[in-house]
Design a protein around this ligand. Structure first.
Ligand code: ZN
Length: 114
């Protein structure tokens, strides 16, 4: 399946627009202190881990757009891979069974909400 991979662009978008967190930036002279939030030794989220996927899900729910995202993802998926038919419960399982794919879908959903 293509299009369900995280990219730096999607990661930055999810961090800033959905999680309302800092997309940390470093300089070559100070590789340990973020020049924006001044925190030290913090890495940007990769959105490939269970922790990040959970944060994305909570943020979608907090913003009240989880339902919209779910419907959007379902339509998007079935229109891109329409030869596959999923029952509701299979879809739910598929939807949450891959952290990176879940986050990438959320990123693509947020891209459309500019
Ligand atoms: Zn920062």
């Amino acid at each position: 399946m293509t299009g369900y991979k995280m990219t730096p662009g999607l990661a930055k978008l999810l961090t800033k627009k959905l999680l309302d967190e800092c997309w940390h930036k470093y300089t070559t002279t100070d590789k340990y202190t973020c020049i924006i939030c001044k925190k030290m030794f913090v890495a940007n989220r990769t959105f490939t881990t269970p922790d990040d996927a959970h944060a994305v899900m909570l943020a979608l729910k907090k913003k009240g757009i989880y339902g919209q995202f779910y419907m959007w993802a379902k339509i998007k998926f079935t229109s891109e891979d329409r030869h596959v038919y999923f029952d509701e419960w299979v879809w739910d399982l598929w939807f949450h069974s891959n952290d990176e794919r879940f986050c990438a879908l959320a990123g693509r959903f947020m891209e459309g909400r500019k």
